[in-house]
Design a protein. Structure first.
Length: 169
């Protein structure tokens, strides 16, 4: 299945309750042959409004930290573990994550990345696959709020940049 086909399935999806309050499905964006995928928790209000991932405050923060490490946002594929906004931006429930995971698995299979960065607790539900390196870190929205989280996030994005250079990505 192509990325585009997965996106159309997400736009029409009714497999869990989250679509009910959403304006847009947010499949993610980035090159179809990206070497790096970033996976967050869920689209927030701005993402829901625009149908694009990480375009609100935490998205601007993410862009800044990527740029500080010499990583172009346009070169990576950015998505989240669930594709519709949650009520009051709450953490997705286990049944919502389970319902949505097949889309993420199809996206990973279509893109075939070398490195996947899991941002926040929810993203850790991503199934691991041989041949892919995984980097776990905190969510950018937590990094924006707490100094300790900020240090951790920046450290892991630095680690990502180092691995990308070593692998010549
Ligand atoms: S969050 Fe995922 S499973 Fe739930 S309705 Fe949206 S696309 Fe479907």
């Amino acid at each position: 299945m192509t990325l585009e086909e997965v996106s159309y399935q997400i736009y029409a999806c009714r497999k869990c309750r989250l679509w009910q309050d959403a304006k847009h499905g947010v499949p993610g964006e980035g090159p179809s042959e990206a070497k790096v995928m970033l996976i967050g928790q869920n689209p927030g209000a701005t993402e829901d409004e625009l149908g694009r991932p990480f375009v609100g405050r935490s998205g601007r923060f993410l862009n800044m930290v990527l740029a500080e490490n010499g990583i172009k946002r346009e070169a990576v594929f950015i998505t989240s573990i669930v594709k519709h906004v949650s009520p009051q931006n709450r953490k997705p429930l286990p049944d919502e994550v389970a319902a949505c995971l097949p889309y993420l698995i199809q996206q990973i299979s279509a893109i075939n990345p070398r490195i996947v960065v899991l941002m926040g607790e929810s993203a850790k539900a991503t199934p691991r696959q041989d041949g892919i390196e995984y980097i776990e870190t905190v969510h950018p929205s937590a990094a924006m709020r707490f100094k300790k989280m900020d240090d951790k996030f920046r450290g892991k994005i630095g680690e990502l940049a180092k691995r990308m250079a070593e692998l010549n990505l």
